[in-house]
Design a protein around this ligand. Structure first.
Ligand code: BDR
Ligand code: CA
Length: 297
């Protein structure tokens, strides 16, 4: 059976992605979760991840990773993230302090260890900044290149961004790390172009059974996300991270991929914009597969 690692910055849609991955236990084994800064500080992302796992009574090892982007020592959560995911990252929902603690091994060393052990049986899906993956790649390039499949929820190619008019959050949070990954690995990219086609609806939320703890948690965080993801509109709730996991496990959800070499701009005005790499447009083989269209039915 294939092995799966999720790299998360939990986050409401990350929480849904973790639970979606767990629900696919018949086809993939979730062997570990690595955490990073992003929607919240890394310590909070780790805590949220452990709390969600505990609520759903599953024992999956969690490895803490990057606290800040390449070249930075610290990270401050932007106000807009707090609006979307709540100050605690899970829509202000209160869950008990988790009994489990993160493993001693770092996220980077776990990624390297798992790549070595499982090689092309391993699928890695990044749902936050690409810092952990880029760090692992820098530390053990030949080992990380053995990973069977890497899917990243990142970027926007044909539509505007969600943190600035040109940048998507996960790319914006560490553009240099994204570029390092794009230069050295073959990755499948699931961006806003398709994740904005999978919105949670009021009908979806109504299906959760609020009479039990799990259902109440899911309904509450989904509602928070629905109400806050897009301040200017009357609804939000794009299932960015769950869609990336779904495509990683079942490529058929993506009905059109474009293969190309991508780069991320790192200069002030267009910082974080994902775009075709001009001097490598004709280079073959390509290093990135970007999902352009999905079957959202
Ligand atoms: C991405 O940014 C985060 O806020 C979400 O968890 C998702 O990974 C969407 O742009
Ligand atoms: Ca995320």
């Amino acid at each position: 059976m294939k092995k799966l690692i999720l790299d998360v910055d939990t986050g409401i849609d990350d929480a849904f992605a973790i639970l979606y991955a767990l629900s696919q236990y018949e086809q993939v084994e979730l062997i570990g979760i690595t955490t990073s800064f992003g929607n919240v500080l890394v310590q909070q992302a780790t805590k949220n991840t452990l709390q969600v796992l505990e609520l759903f009574e599953v024992d999956i090892p969690v490895y803490q990773g990057a606290a800040a982007s390449w070249g930075n020592q610290t990270y401050t959560v932007p106000d807009s993230f707090e609006r979307v995911h709540g100050r605690n990252g899970i829509g202000e929902y209160h869950l008990p302090i988790p009994r489990a603690t993160p493993k001693e091994l770092t996220a980077v060393d776990f990624l390297i260890e798992a790549a070595n052990k499982h090689q092309d049986e391993l699928i890695v899906v990044t749902l936050g900044p690409l810092t952990n993956l880029a760090d692992a790649l820098k530390k053990a390039p030949e080992t990380i290149k053995k990973i069977g499949k890497i899917v990243c929820m990142a970027g926007a190619l044909t539509i505007p961004g969600n943190i600035t008019s040109v940048a998507e959050v996960n790319v914006y949070n560490d553009a240099a790390a994204v570029n390092y990954v794009f230069e050295h690995l073959f990755v499948t990219v699931v961006g806003l172009d398709v994740t904005l086609q999978t919105m949670i609806t009021k009908q979806d939320i109504a299906r959760f059974d609020r009479k039990n703890k799990k259902g109440d948690f899911l309904a509450a965080i989904a509602e928070y996300y629905y109400q806050n993801e897009y301040a200017e509109q009357d609804y939000g709730g794009a299932l960015h991270d769950p869609l990336a996991v779904a495509i990683a496990l079942e490529e058929g959800f993506c009905t059109s991929f474009i293969e190309l070499n991508l780069t991320v701009e790192q200069t002030d005005q267009t910082y974080g914009r994902m775009i075709g790499k001009l001097d490598e447009l004709t280079l073959i083989p390509k290093r990135t597969r970007f999902c352009l269209q999905i079957d959202a039915t």
